[in-house]
Design a protein around this ligand. Sequence first.
Ligand code: KG4
Ligand code: ZN
Length: 337
Amino acid sequence: MKDIYCLAIESSCDETSMSIIKNGIEEIETVTNTQIDIHKSFGGVVPEIASRSHIENVTIVLDELFQRSKISMSDIDIIGVTYGPGLIGSLMIGLQCAKTISLVTGKPLIPVHHIAGHIYANNLEKRLEFPLIALVVSGGHTDLVYMKEDYSFKKIGSTLDDAVGEAYDKVAKVCGLEYPGGPLVDKLSKLGRDTYDLPMPLDDDSYNFSFSGIKSAVINVIHNEMQRGNEIRVNDMCNSFQERVVSVIVKKTMRALSEYNVNNLVLAGGVAANSYLRERLEEETNKNNINFSYPKIKYCTDNAAMIGAAAYYAYQKGKIADLTLNAVAVDTLYNEE
Ligand code: KG4
Ligand code: ZN
């Protein structure tokens, strides 16, 4: 079969990333420009600044990608692009770039859902095996997804309020840590102990999650301690928060695997970089003979390599967009069967 080279573009949040992926599995080259340092001083991503920065970077990243990869545009077979969900202004820059290239070259334009990309980041390590359960944990999502085959997504549970990464970032912020705080909470929690009496996040029979209660509890404890002039034990707070959040995620994930009679688990999204979550899932899946895979750290947070991996399978399923393709802020992935 002929090799398929995908030029992939991702710009849904604060990373302008482009990649060339062969056959949905092999990364040829990726160039990513991250805006983290720009947004740090605001304590979070400022959408207007993010889109302006994408505009400044989009052609620079594209040029560098082709220079580094030694591949030319004529070698490219398909153009994969994130169309949503994400920040509309940011998405539109990557989308416009992809549409322009598709128009000029006549190459097919493949619309990729950002979360499908996160799941397919695992395919860059090892070919996905089906059926599988994907645990998607990012700054915008906390979903349990059942996949019976390639590019078929059935959401079986989701967060009812904050995404887990969002809760990590807010807890980090009230603890006085820099944006994005998730990796710091992960790191500091190793230096602390579970000494704060925080409530358990939603621990019921559903596959849904809720993190706003524990997040508010952290904020209240910190405000009360500060009012009393007491010192906050940040490492302990990180540990107590992480212990409860990870415990409930692991518990519901393991139950989903058992109830759906599935032997394959893949972890996806920015929070897939969390060392404690990986460790706990590794332990549980080992005990239960489940194949567990998670992406390399560089494929956990937003990147175009994962979009190129997903685009290949979307293409196989005939998902080709025309130039009316629009950016969407909402979730449409789970309509894709
Ligand atoms: O997937 P991603 O790059 O962007 C979205 O699509 O949302 O995820 C970013 C999120 C942020 O909330 C960040 O704090 C979190 O992933 N994150 C982590 C870790 N590394 C990144 N959260 C907990 N532990 C980590 N090690
Ligand atoms: Zn993401």
